[in-house]
Design a protein around this ligand. Structure first.
Ligand SMILES: [Zn+2]
Length: 297
């Protein structure tokens, strides 16, 4: 099942660099491939959010009581629609995980808000969808051990911090050393890449580290953050992967998980190319490949 929350638009001032347009375009593209599989997710509840976040933070977001500094850290102005959007996006990854555990695959056409920490949001991330979803699967008794494979170009610092010391959730983050966040957290496994790393070095590194992460995690479920921002044309990414390289990246992840029979929920995460269509191309390719791998074409 594929979950899209793009109809819950986050109101942004003109010229804001968050690429809100990508979500509707991606949904339109994916709807052409798999129209019968598209669903609107439920909003994550306070209880679901509260398993990954401090109740005080969830309340402050919900009631519009974030102070100026907290809002600036997130990078979005507060609005009721911003809260709804954030809850739906977390709900989408949660629903994608349930779908993955039932059928092998679930997809959120948004999500990957991995800079959200337990008690604060940061870097366009309000709630940490992967953390909320992983905690929900454990609380619902659907999964005991979870692996988060975070291949967004930025470190999954919020996810790493939330699960630090939790032996049942393994966090793998492959990211740019010189990139945001400038103070990194400690994931279970971190791989830091230099600016300009291209396809060959990236793919070799991934192929080496992924089996190690799977061995360590022995997961019942994987959550894959398939960021489009390692792309060479990304304004924030600093790596130099091609679209073909990113497709190979997805193939490596999906093949390794499939070989061990591990269900996977995929979230899209970042993508800031000058041309939004490049971002949509990359995400659509991830979705297409995943559907093909799981016998849907
Ligand atoms: Zn990113």
């Amino acid at each position: 099942m594929i979950f899209a929350s793009d109809t819950f638009v986050l109101p942004l001032p003109p010229g804001h660099r968050f690429p809100m347009a990508k979500y509707a375009r991606l949904r339109e593209r994916v709807a052409r491939i798999a129209p019968a599989r598209m669903f609107v997710p439920e909003a994550a509840s306070d209880v679901e959010l509260g398993r990954a976040h401090d109740a005080g933070y969830v309340d402050a977001v919900s009631r519009g009581e974030l102070d100026e500094r907290a809002q600036r850290r997130i990078g979005f102005p507060w609005s009721p629609a911003m809260v709804e959007r954030s809850r739906r996006s977390a709900g989408a990854t949660l629903a994608a995980c349930r779908s993955a555990l039932a059928s092998g695959l679930g997809i959120n056409l948004a999500g990957g808000t991995h800079h959200a920490h337990r008690a604060h949001g940061e870097g366009f991330c309000v709630f940490n969808d992967a953390a909320v979803a992983a905690q929900a699967m454990r609380a619902e008794g659907r999964a005991r051990r979870v692996l988060v494979v975070d291949l967004d170009v930025h470190q999954g610092d919020g996810t790493a911090a939330i699960f630090h010391g939790d032996a049942n959730v393994t966090t793998l983050s492959v990211h740019g050393r010189q990139n945001f966040p400038f103070r990194k957290a400690r994931s279970s496994i971190d791989v830091e890449l230099d600016d300009g790393t291209g396809d060959d070095a990236y793919l070799a590194t991934l192929a080496a580290v992924l089996p190690r992460a799977i061995d360590r995690a022995r997961p019942d479920l994987a959550i894959y953050l398939a960021g489009a921002d390692p792309f060479a044309g990304d304004r924030l990414g600093r790596l130099a992967l091609t679209k073909a390289g990113l497709a190979d990246r997805d193939r490596i992840v999906l093949d390794h998980l499939a070989a061990q029979g591990i269900p996977v929920a995929i979230a899209m995460a970042g993508g800031y190319a000058e041309d939004v269509d490049d971002v949509v191309d990359i995400h659509a390719a991830t979705v297409t490949l995943a559907l093909e791998r799981h016998g849907v074409s």
